[in-house]
Design a binder for this molecule. Structure first.
Ligand code: NAP
Ligand code: GCO
Length: 264
């Protein structure tokens, strides 16, 4: 029988004070892992530690910006010293800027690419050497619908998440021989702070037009929740997925399979 346990494993989930990262890290703790997370502000790390404690989880939190290579290397060294070698890495930290492309500054475009694509490169590069020495490792990159689809105003984000899909495949290709599996999770539209602007009630109390659009585009006819990602994330972090490599598992309620409900 496949082993879904994470007992004895150290899992680093980036940007996991709240949102999707928090849900994944919480699921990992419940599967037996020791949870480590980072965020860019001490106050958020402190809030995250308290939130994990409220779930009965003793999480290890570090202040670190995933785009700062020296800072990431120092954090990984500190984790290895204080907690243990990282067995599971989830590259979750990410931002989005919703600006029409021809109105977006190169600075804004670069910032999204830096956090959403360079960040996963930097953190993966920092943890792989110890995974090679240990003889196993799991890297899970949080991709997106925008790894496959475009839409207005998210050019930088789609470019980053499309690149992250290919970085996932390349890490899988380059390090599979060391028993390191690198896969992606592609969440659909999930109710978190990142998508709150797309779900805001209108002045007349009606749904945001984008909210209605997503309901029509999703066979499950609902937004996803961070909890919907827990099972897929545990699977990809566990020994049960040791022969799954270079795959992006879309957890989208069926959006990518569906043309969308005919407007009534
Ligand atoms: P979120 O609520 O905005 O949380 C993002 C987290 O990343 C925050 O804790 C944030 O910390 C952290 N972060 C941002 N920049 C960072 C940096 N430079 N270094 C370290 N941490 C950083 O987002 P979410 O909805 O949970 O999304 C998490 C991941 O899932 C992202 O990669 C996102 O692109 C992806 N995703 C989300 C959805 C969705 O519908 N929500 C769907 C598909 C994919 P601060 O608060 O300090 O900025
Ligand atoms: C957007 C949303 C999406 C989600 C997610 C979908 O503005 O279209 O923020 O990009 O965050 O990435 O998978």
């Amino acid at each position: 029988m496949a082993n879904f346990s994470l007992e004895g494993k150290v899992a680093l989930v980036t940007g996991a004070s709240y949102g999707i990262g928090f849900a994944i890290a919480t699921a990992y703790a419940k599967a037996g892992a020791t949870v480590v997370f980072n965020d860019i502000k001490q106050e958020l790390v402190d809030k995250g530690i308290a939130a994990y404690a409220a779930e009965g989880i003793k999480a290890h939190g570090y202040v670190c910006d995933v785009t700062d290579e020296d800072g990431v290397n120092a954090m990984v060294a500190q984790i290895e010293k204080e907690v243990g070698v990282i067995d599971i890495l989830v590259n979750n930290a990410g931002i989005i800027k919703r600006i029409p492309m021809i109105e977006m500054s190169a600075k804004d475009f670069r910032q999204v690419i830096d956090i959403d694509l360079n960040g996963p490169f930097i953190v993966s590069k920092a943890v792989i050497p110890s995974m090679i020495k240990k003889g196993h490792g799991k890297i899970i990159n949080i991709c997106s619908m925008m790894s496959e689809l475009g839409r207005e105003t998210v050019s930088a984000y789609a470019a980053a998440k499309g690149g992250l899909k290919m970085l996932t495949r390349n890490i899988a290709s380059e390090y599979g021989e060391f028993n390191i599996q690198c896969n992606g999770i592609g969440p659909g539209y999930i109710a978190t702070p990142q998508t709150a602007p797309l779900r805001e009630k209108q002045a007349d109390g009606s749904r945001h037009p984008f909210d209605s659009f997503i309901i029509a585009k999703t066979p499950a006819a609902r937004w996803g929740t961070p909890e919907d990602l827990e099972g897929p994330a545990v699977f990809l972090a566990s020994d049960a997925s040791d022969f799954v490599n270079g795959h992006v598992l879309y957890v989208d309620g069926g959006i990518l399979a569906y043309i969308g409900k005919q407007p009534q």
